[in-house]
Design a protein around this ligand. Sequence first.
Ligand SMILES: C[S@@+](CC[C@H](N)C(=O)[O-])C[C@H]1O[C@@H](n2cnc3c(N)ncnc32)[C@H](O)[C@@H]1O
Length: 337
Amino acid sequence: MCSGGARLTLNGPVSYRPVRHSVARREPGGKPIEPRIMPCMRGSMLSWAGLRDLRGARYRQSKTYVRFVSWRPVMWNPETYLRFADDRGRPFHDLVARVAADRPRQVVDLGCGPGNLTATLTTRWPDAQVSGIDSSPEMIEKALADQGGPGPVAYRVGDVRDYLPGAEVDVIVTNAVLQWVPGQEELVGRWARALRPGGWLALQVPGNHDSAAHQALRGLCASSRWSALLGEIAEQPRSAPGPQEYAALLRAAGCAADTWETTYVHQLPVTGGPHPVLIWLTGTALRPVRAALAGEPGAWERYCAELEPILAAAHPADGGVVDFPFRRVFAVGHRVS
Ligand SMILES: C[S@@+](CC[C@H](N)C(=O)[O-])C[C@H]1O[C@@H](n2cnc3c(N)ncnc32)[C@H](O)[C@@H]1O
């Protein structure tokens, strides 16, 4: 099912963007010390192993440092991500419905992705200045293109880890982002503490780390066939805090907390192409796998060919759809005074 050529419509070809450069310290007279995640990859899950294999990688060595000028595969593909826009969007609307801000001055969407959901914030709060920040240039390009250039939402490329709300920010939304950010608890606490009186922080993260699909994905990465290329991805901790942990974090920051979890059962249509859960995962959880395999011809297709039957067994078709249960965790903090 997941073969090469035109049939493989999971993400289109991997394209590349220049990475400025990064530096790895070198032991005197020895091998370079290999960092797990290169500094230039902040915000992505691409490891040194993935970087080393990238097409077009060049590096220069000096006595103490190894400098890399390389290319990174595009990590997010807005078109693939938007294939299930309705299903992916529903938690955002459920989240924002719990934010009772009346007339916020500024609203920010951290990790705004392709902007389709950010744009709805301008309808919800027409008087607010709405901005969207995302570390993916591809996502910001898509958001700006759909908006027709500078418009009601101010989009910019940026890393949410560098974000601190200014004095006029009354609502912070971050939907399906923090699972990609190691140390998110510290960030959530920092943002919650920085809220002005009356301010809101609303977040949603997938809580499906233990789902059949994710176990299959990790299990394959850890298998003897794939661990040399994908072992680090198998080890990535992606589990997020649960509703109680978020409630404790928000209360510790002086906010009132409203937290909950929901398991959506997405009904993904069977199209005759790749299994729908494989298509879904290609837009999100499989991106680091694809990036790490980019330098090995045919490897991505072989990996998919192994994963797909496992997904199909866990999610059989029924009446033209497959049920795809997806647990999500929500947290809304409100600084009352
Ligand atoms: C699953 S998408 C969610 C997009 C959007 N919030 C939505 O709900 O559709 C995750 C987004 O988080 C962004 N992201 C991940 N880590 C980030 C970081 N450290 N800083 C900014 N954006 C980040 C990705 O580029 C991607 O667009």
